[in-house]
Design a protein around this ligand. Structure first.
Ligand code: P6P
Length: 340
């Protein structure tokens, strides 16, 4: 399969702009109307706007809490609110979004009656790291607005296999945007001097095996015994298996997932005694990441089952999440089902 952005689009060339690649995708898709391209360009615009505010957050007095809490019961940081507002406004103006769902909104919000797409997003993932200048990001996925029932919002309650595009940004030492529309995964880097995303990582592939594991070891006492056994195994000495793996954990899903996607290895946020259903959200964190990892040759499960097969029961469902290199996620699964 020629990795690209659409079935008949040319292979991506480093230095191509995001808009150029998306436009090529439209030309490479028989019957395309340009609405999908317009939606993706709108999301990229929102990410560029959020980038400018994140970069100046310290100076713009945007640090610190608003004192409110979101539907997750988490303290809402001012940048969370700003990022959510920007995405809602840009998607509404695009006219391509029928309805959106956000970590920051209790309910799905109707947008354009003629919109063909649903968009779910975490506007600013990792917000607890904002005040200490650690990478944070925006995570999103796009579904077709199939009228599952009279209530469009139920269109979000589709398994992740129905996703037609997903991506995330990392507001780090540079601002990256990683995107897939079902034809491979491509990474773009923002040139802030011109405000344009340029293709820097065409056809990202997740290695079949890595050298690092990423989990919050502080939760060790809360894990079930099978996860504890896996955690002990991955730290044990076994040169033939490349063990012990190095431990890397930022505490920002976009940062830990981005490193794992590019370098391989495993990221895990297992269920634990404090979060028996897992901590991460299925619709706008696990599903987008699972889509991207699978597109890049990686794997994403809840420890046992494929994330993309899970059917959400609500917009803010949580799930355990294990993603990364196929060999490393397979090894985790052997412990999770009691085979090791
Ligand atoms: P913990 C950030 O708050 C987040 O939602 C994800 O970005 C991250 O992977 C996870 O929570 C970190 O959780 O419990 O390790 O701080």
């Amino acid at each position: 399969m020629t990795e690209s952005i659409a079935p008949h689009a040319p292979p991506p060339v480093v230095g191509t702009t995001l808009e150029g690649l998306i436009t090529a995708g439209t030309r490479g898709t028989p019957g395309a109307t340009g609405e999908f391209a317009s939606l993706l360009n709108s999301v990229a615009l929102a990410i560029r706007i959020i980038h400018t505010r994140v970069r100046a957050a310290g100076l713009a007095g945007m640090l610190g809490y608003t004192g409110e809490t979101n539907v997750q019961g988490e303290e809402v940081q001012k940048l969370d609110v700003f990022a959510n507002d920007v995405l809602c406004a840009v998607l509404e103006k695009s006219g391509r979004c029928a309805m959106l769902a956000s970590e920051e909104l209790d309910e799905a919000r109707a947008m354009s009656p003629t919109g063909k797409y649903l968009v779910a997003f975490d506007p600013l993932d990792g917000s607890s790291n904002i005040d200490v200048n650690i990478s944070i990001g925006t995570i999103f996925c796009v579904l077709q607005a199939a009228r599952v029932s009279d209530h469009l919002a139920e269109g979000f309650l589709q398994p992740g296999t129905r996703i037609v595009a997903a991506g995330y940004s990392v507001y780090g030492s540079s601002t990256s945007l990683v995107l897939s529309t079902g034809y491979g995964v491509h990474g773009f880097t923002l040139d802030p001097s011109v405000g344009e995303f340029f293709l820097s990582h065409p056809n990202i592939r997740c290695p079949d095996r890595g050298k690092t594991y990423s989990v919050n070891e502080g939760n060790l006492g809360r894990w079930d015994d099978r996860v504890k056994k896996w955690a002990a195994w991955i730290k044990s000495e076994d040169k033939a298996r490349g063990l012990p793996y190095g431990h890397r954990y930022v505490g920002s899903l976009v940062a830990d997932a981005h490193r794992t996607l590019l370098k391989g290895g495993i990221f895990a946020y297992p269920a634990d005694a404090k979060s028996p259903g897992g901590k991460l959200r299925l619709l706008y964190e696990a599903n987008p990441m699972a889509y991207l990892f699978e597109q890049a040759g990686g794997v994403a499960t809840n420890g046992v089952d494929r994330i993309l097969d899970l059917v959400p029961k609500g917009l803010h469902d949580r799930t355990p999440l294990v993603l990364g290199s196929k060999d490393d996620v397979a090894a985790y699964r052997q412990f999770a089902v009691g085979e090791r």
